[in-house]
Design a protein around this ligand. Structure first.
Ligand code: ZN
Ligand code: ZN
Length: 93
């Protein structure tokens, strides 16, 4: 039997849950904070980590949370708002 995978992202700034569909959301619908984090020190993209739980045998809920620290250099990661990334080319489509 197929497993139904539900993916949510928890905002690192306000804690609101955003359901990920297709296409995936990049910003919190509640406060506008970006889900992707970039380390300002070593300029890597930092992956979110996730936790899974199974409300039913064939239903998996995976909740992603933005990392608070860079795994490479251990510096704290700032929350980037929609306003500060407004001029990114990736935003304009
Ligand atoms: Zn938010
Ligand atoms: Zn880093």
């Amino acid at each position: 039997m197929a497993v139904r995978l539900q993916v949510d992202v928890q905002c690192g700034a306000c804690g609101a849950l955003t359901h990920q569909g297709d296409p995936p959301q990049k910003f919190c619908a509640c406060c506008g904070a970006a889900f992707e984090r970039y380390c300002l020190q070593c300029r890597r993209r930092v992956d979110m980590y996730f936790e899974e739980w199974w409300p039913e045998d064939h239903h998996c809920v995976r909740t992603y949370t933005p990392a608070k620290r860079c795994p490479a250099c251990n510096s704290g990661l700032e929350v980037q708002t929609r306003d500060s990334s407004y001029n990114d080319t990736s935003y304009n489509h």
